[in-house]
Design a binder for this molecule. Structure first.
Ligand SMILES: [Zn+2]
Length: 157
């Protein structure tokens, strides 16, 4: 059985984008670089953009979402984020409403990957980090958190 793979296409103040993959299930966490860079980065990993099952957005700052509008113009990929973040993105980017899906439940399973969002401290509407479970593997992805509290530490166990 394949393991969960994490590939960072970009990270830092100039843009963030992470690919999480297990077998044929692939998701993106943040799309803060251009659509072209993401498509090319995926190509290097032998992944086609069409294979992405969902995009998770941590928060609405442009270094986490600037590729989103272009991606949604070209591809029919659902985007998951918290309700308040969803609203901010809608206001900023005017992306089609039906492609944005608010994360209301505790966790969400897409193919072989289960994503669980947790709140982090950052100056945004409702920023999150994610835990991704695939079989017996667990990966935690956390960016831009101001402070690491006990709840967040618990998530890293
Ligand atoms: Zn930020």
């Amino acid at each position: 059985m394949s393991e969960v793979e994490v590939h960072v296409l970009a990270s830092g103040s100039k843009g963030n984008c992470t690919v999480i993959k297990k077998g044929d299930s692939v998701i993106l966490y943040d799309v803060g670089i251009s659509c072209r860079r993401i498509v090319n980065g995926l190509k290097d990993l032998h992944i086609d953009m069409q294979e992405i099952e969902g995009i998770f957005i941590s928060h609405e700052h442009s270094d986490h979402i600037c590729g989103l509008k272009q991606i949604l113009k070209k591809y029919d990929i659902p985007v998951y984020t918290k309700q308040h973040t969803w609203r901010e993105i809608q206001d900023k980017l005017m992306v089609p409403k039906e492609q944005l899906i608010p994360l209301t439940k505790g966790s969400l399973t897409l193919g072989r990957l289960t994503v669980e969002a947790f709140s982090v401290s950052h100056d945004a509407a409702d920023p999150i980090g994610i835990n991704v479970f695939g079989g017996s593997d667990k990966v935690t992805i956390l960016t831009d958190t101001g402070t690491v509290n006990d709840e967040i530490l618990g998530r890293l166990d």
